[in-house]
Design a protein around this ligand. Sequence first.
Ligand code: UDP
Length: 491
Amino acid sequence: INGFNRPHFVLIPLMAAGHTIPMIDMACLLAGHGAAVTLITTPLNAARVKATADSIHMSGDPINIVALTFPAAEFGLPEGCENLDAVPTLDLIPNFFHACAALREPLVVHLRQVPTSPSCIIADSFHPWAHDLAVEFGVPRFMFNGFCSFSLLCRYVIYHEKILERIKEDEEQFIIPGLLHRVEISKDQCPKSIGGTVMVDFRDKMMAAEALADGVVINSFDELEPEYVAAFGKATGKTVMTIGPMLLCNEEDAAKTGRGNQSAIDEERCLSWLDGRRPGSVVYVSFGSLAKTPPEQVMEIGLGLEASNQAFVWVIKAGERSPEVEEWIERERFEERTKERGLLIRGWAPQRLILGHPAVGGFVTHCGWNSTLEGVTAGVPMATWPHFAEQFLNERLVVEILKIGVSVGVKKATMFVKDGRKDGAEPAAVRREEVERAVRRLMEEDGEGKEVRERARVMGEKARKAMKEGGSSHLNLNRLVRFARERERAQ
Ligand code: UDP
């Protein structure tokens, strides 16, 4: 017993924006539900983590943020490489995960020193070593990996039925067996963590650790994908707790920040720009934190947006601002040409602030689950442009199952790498005409667009309800805290 009347959750996120941000939200939610919370990070990530956590006004006690020294150099990583988005080349990604595993020992030392011993560990599935940690402390462990239930189930079925071993061609489409809906996908579009040829051992380790977890925490809500929440629980035999959208941990405050990073644009300027637009008339275009769009593709997007005649907010992230891109913007006088209806953000965007503004009526997204859920919560329809990981699966959920989005029609996965070009599809896989068409379909006021828009709006309402007192996710959070408390008492 940790000596307190509250269970103590130790949260171990993967150091990548899309994995860490939801865990910060989770930390705030658990604290708000009466738990003590320790969040593990590293020195270079600590400031970002702290700023994000501080920006959320919590009803519980502050979160204890612990920064463990990250052994980058020992594992052949460049100095300062403490986040997945800082890994310079694909072949160094395994090194990054191995360096993460080396955090176990210092973490054990830390947890032995503090007065409140852990009562439950929630670790990202990229930290299979968390299994041994939980065993060492004799506490339950929940897995979290940022996927929705639908994608988790697809990944589970594809892996355990060894489907990819039977598929010869990378681009051959196959049907995922046993699902309620007919879902087709190719090997190339599957998460590399199940379909890739690198890191096979690591993947098996991850899946083995997942099989041993006491339960799974999912950033989703029952009303979004009820059949798949149930089916995933049934397939794995695990306790599944949907506790999202976690971004609603404190709606007002969380929306005010750049989440994870300082915004590259003055937030007031951004808001007043949006204030001057008609409700539902602006399309927001952003591809998350990891995907690096090559220069030619950036230019096609810009030209497609211009041709669509829609008002837009377009994010060109720091890693995409190559001299070529900057030169093109200058030469074409792109900002000047589109200034009447376009806002370009170079760097980190205050995404939730933008999506939550009534002027925004559509979201062109890479289907990272956080972005997708942010779109769902805002009640805006999406144009889906998946890049890698489970994004193609998320696209199927959004477009084919929930019917709250339209597909841009991307067939081939691209990998994230620093210079945005290696190992991916052709430099500009989506031509400007296709961008234009997707934006028009998404934003049209009649026909297909209207129905998609209405379904998206209704789903946004359900998302909010799930997180309110008595809502499905709110109840699950209570269950999670109760579970940890009871396990602790039983010890
Ligand atoms: N994000 C943001 N501003 C940006 C880019 C991303 O606030 O300019 C946030 C976004 O709101 C989301 C997260 O970063 O919460 C990205 O996670 P996601 O799962 O969508 O994609 P990933 O970055 O993992 O590919």
